[in-house]
Design a protein around this ligand. Structure first.
Ligand code: T3D
Length: 261
């Protein structure tokens, strides 16, 4: 794995850190390869029951690396297949992962960096962080799932405004419009986000995976279909050792110890 993406484990949490601080963690080709590999690794890692994605330095991620991109444009390679090769698998990997994924947005999240943050299940941001829908600024349309995630989070009118005007959205404003889950003082971000991810990792992670599945399915279905999907998923949840153990623990007035299965 390239050195520009770090992978570590702490209390059941796979911590993926974009680590190109001099370039605001912009996504050049090796970093995109490594990010995709890290997401795939976290999904498959039995020691990881939750995932935390963050950035090193003052940015979360400035999106596509425009230096490398300019090179591809000049030599006629255009997008060089990166949307299908990198962004789509990363976003789908996060969405399909049956583990909670937390984004700790430590600074600016621009373009595909904003897409990466919004693809995560819970977004916690530092009070000085911001979201920049930078696509239009460089004459591009949204990718990395932003056209899908943003309007589901904030509604179509606001999503259209955000994407067409391209204005920077501060973390407090993002919280106000329902784009993200929490804002904390910058000095507390790393600790708060890790605590949250560790809490999730110690929880009924199989049920959390099924919850992600239910939410994703319901986003694109009618009520009857959503109810049927809930019934199927609830049968899976009811068959877990976590469910049986938690019911017994409740009756014994004890705290449940979840194993994630
Ligand atoms: O195939 C495809 O490529 C299509 C896929 C596209 C997906 C996308 O992500 S499109 C959007 C690409 N990203 C951008 O357009 C963002 C460009 N950057 C900015 O708008 C601003 O830099 C930020 C809002 C992110 C941060 O602003 P600020 O004022 O805090 O910092 P700065 O001074 O602009 O930037 C600091 C350094 O980071 C600077 O380098 P320098 O001058 O100190 O050597 C700047 O060039 C560099 N940097 C920032 N963003 C990028 C970048 N270098 C390469 N690529 C970047 N995206």
């Amino acid at each position: 794995m390239a050195e520009t993406v770090q992978y570590a484990l702490d209390r059941g949490v796979a911590i993926i850190t974009l680590d190109r601080p001099a370039a605001m963690n912009a996504l050049d080709d090796p970093t995109k390869d490594a990010l995709r590999a890290a997401v795939e690794r976290a999904a498959a890692d039995p020691a990881a029951r939750a995932v935390l994605i963050t950035g090193a330095g003052r940015a979360f991620c400035a999106g596509q690396d425009l230096q490398g991109h300019a090179g591809h444009l000049r030599d006629g390679r255009g997008l060089n297949g990166t949307v299908r090769e990198h962004y789509n698998p990363v976003v789908l990997g996060i969405a399909a992962m049956r583990k909670p994924v937390v984004a700790a947005v430590n600074g600016v999240a621009a373009g595909a960096g904003m897409g990466l943050a919004l693809a995560c299940d819970l977004v916690v941001a530092a009070d000085g962080a911001s979201f920049v829908p930078a696509f239009g600024g460089v004459g591009l349309a949204p990718d990395s799932g932003v056209s899908w995630t943003l309007q589901r989070l904030v509604g179509r009118a606001r999503a259209t405004e955000i994407l067409l005007l391209g204005e920077r959205i501060t973390a407090p404003r993002a919280l106000e419009i329902g784009m993200i889950a929490r804002v904390v003082p910058a000095g507390e971000l790393a600790g708060t986000a890790l605590e949250l991810a560790a809490r999730l990792a110690a929880g009924p992670t199989a049920a959390y995976g099924l919850t992600k599945d239910a939410l994703a399915f319901a986003a694109g279905s009618d009520l009857a279909a959503a109810l049927e999907r809930e019934a199927e998923l609830q049968e899976d949840a009811a068959a877990t050792a976590d469910h049986r153990g938690a019911v017994e623990a409740f009756l014994a007035k004890e705290r449940p110890a979840f194993q994630g299965r």
